[in-house]
Design a protein around this ligand. Sequence first.
Ligand SMILES: [Zn+2]
Length: 160
Amino acid sequence: MIRPHIPEFAMKKSPRMRKLEEMLRSSVLVIGGFMGNDRRSIMEVVEADGKALSRLRVTPERVAARMQEITDIAVTGLETWVTIDEVREAEVQEARGWIPCPWSDAHRFRKRVTTLRRTDTGQVVQWSDLGIHFIGTHTFFEGKGSFFRIEPADLVRALF
Ligand SMILES: [Zn+2]
């Protein structure tokens, strides 16, 4: 019988971390969950994306601030496209209700989705309000295969 590979730190995971991981992998909060089909642990995902960001010389806080800035402008369009700058336009769609951060940090977010389009390259990226918080506070870009997963390099290219 082949034993599955378990990363060292996964073995000393706290019950709270395990619970969080369960919740992120479940499809309770959004279709597909936040981990998609990623087999890595949350810590591995966070670490890899954090490294990718620092290679791009941008902090998670800076990325989240720019996402928030674009969402704040786009929301004024009431679900129509709004010009952000000479090469970007964005649109916000909103659903009813709120979604809590699964990190249990008492943050909850409107179910809003921002779509950003670069008019020069045609690149399109999407994020939720929770996703802005995930990146800015938890350096969490979600697991590969999850609905809102954006590769850090693609997001940075879209935003700046
Ligand atoms: Zn949080």
